[in-house]
Every structure is written in C-alpha cells, then in structure tokens.
Design a protein. Structure first.
Length: 274
C-alpha cells in the first residue's frame, strides 16, 4: 500500500501539474471553452491505462503459479525499474522546461484551430504518467497484494489531486523541485526492490543459475509474508532469504543511481545558486 501510495503520489503530482498548467494558461488567454478538450484528453488517457492494466492483471491471474506468470512478472519488474529510473532523472533535468513546452504546444494547437489537438496533447502528457503508474502498480501487485496496492494508489492519487488543486486555485508557493527530489529517491529505492524480485525470478526460472547461495535467513524474525515484511520489501527490497545475486543487484543499483542522482541534483542546485 505504501509503495503504490508514493508511486501514485509522484505520478499523480506530475500529471496533475501538467493539467493545472494547461488549464491555468487557457484561462489566462481567455480560452476557457477549451477546458473540456483537456478534460476529454485526460479522461481518455486514464480510461485506456485502467482498462489495459485490468486486462493484463485478469489475464495473468488465470496463470497464477505458472511459469508464464513468473516470466511476465519478471519482464514487468525490469521494465518498471528501468522506466522508474529514467523518469526520475528526466524530470530532474527537464522540470523547468515542461511549462514552456506545454504553452508553446497549446499556442500551436489554437493557431491551427485544432481543438482535438489540445485533447490529444493532454492525453499524451497524462497518458505517459498513467501508463507508468499502471506498470509500476502491476509490478507491486505481483510482488505483494492487489488490495493494498489499490488502497495505496487511491490515497496517493487523491493526495496528488489535492496538491494540483492547491496550485491552480489557491496559488500556493510550493517547492516542487524539492518534492520531486525526495520522491525520486524513494522511487529509486522501490526500483532496487523490483530488480531484486526480478533477480529472484530469473534464478527460479533457471536463467541465472549462479550466486544462488543464501546470504541469511531472517524468516523467523521478519518473514516476507508479514505486514512489516511486506512494507520493508516494497520500500527497500527486503527478502528474508536473499541470495548472493540479489544482494549484489541491490547494492550495485542503489550505489550507482544514488551517486549519479545526488551529483546531478547538487550540480543543478549549485547552478541555480550562482
């Protein structure tokens, strides 16, 4: 639940900010009639992501416990970890350009008289975040439980909508860049956990028959199936009986991405100060 809460909070904030920027700009230039075009695009994007995620989940549910499900889960873990890492670095590098690009695209669509263009633009912008959230949620559901993931996702989405509403309607000055830095670090911790799950599956499938020795066994103290074990697993990739390969994957990923991320954010903060 906590994992999907943070994921939906992060994705929801980014998507909501895009919508808020579009609506605020349309309002500023006196084009409130195009609000419904933005809402149409957002609705289509969310509906597509929801339907796609539901179909994939229900299809894979029929293969519970089979080799096919394990293979699909593994692919989902790897894609989710890769996209999660990429989007975190991309947002850190391009967050200041998003507003300018959206306004430019909006002007171009209005000049062409293409109301559909605004709807498509909103669908593309929000659809990317919705699809990312869908992939991450599937990965978390496969690793833990569907009920907790749904509850966490709903809470995170509502919180992100409240955040965007406060920006659009109340004009609050929030340090969005700092919020994304904190959420980015949390998401990379999730990414490490997903890669650990992928490594475990690849070993069980026989694709990586190496470094299978167990590093420790803490199942008597904190089993994976317990509530606390599930939370720690979602946040940090904890396993009660991790293999040497899982340990190497976890450490290598976190050390590498955290080092790059900290240097990148430090460089941007230094340039901003100058």
């Amino acid at each position: 639940m906590l994992a999907t809460l943070v994921i939906f909070l992060r994705e929801g904030i980014e998507a909501s900010l895009i919508v808020a920027i579009l609506l605020a700009y349309l309002d500023k230039i006196g084009k409130r009639e195009n609000f419904k075009d933005v809402i149409l695009g957002v609705s289509v994007a969310l509906a597509f992501a929801l339907i796609a995620g539901t179909v994939i989940y229900l299809t894979l549910k029929d293969y519970a416990g089979t080799r096919l499900q394990t293979q699909f889960e593994t692919v989902t873990y790897l894609i989710a970890a890769g996209v999660m890492t990429y989007m975190t670095f991309w947002m850190t590098s391009h967050s200041r350009k998003v507003s300018t690009q959206l306004k430019k695209q909006t002007n171009e669509a209005l000049e062409r008289g293409a109301r559909l263009g605004i709807a498509i633009m909103a669908a593309q912008a929000v659809g990317r975040e919705a699809l990312e959230a869908m992939v991450f949620t599937l990965a978390i559901v496969f690793a833990t439980s569907a009920k907790g993931a749904i509850i966490g996702g709903a809470i995170g989405l509502l919180a992100s909508l409240a955040f965007a509403f406060s920006i659009y309607r109340l004009g609050k000055k929030l340090d969005i860049a700092k919020a994304f830095r904190i959420l980015g670090i949390a998401l990379m911790a999730f990414g490490a956990g997903l890669l650990v799950d992928a490594a475990e599956n690849l070993q069980s499938l026989g694709y990586l028959p190496l470094l299978r020795e167990t590093m420790w066994n803490s199942s008597s103290l904190l089993p994976d199936s317990s509530t606390l074990g599930d939370i720690v697993h979602s946040f940090f990739g904890y396993a009660s009986t991790p293999t040497v390969l899982q340990g190497i994957v976890w450490i290598t990923y976190l050390v590498t991405v955290m080092t790059i991320y900290i240097r990148l954010t430090h460089t941007k903060m230094t340039k901003k100060a100058l």
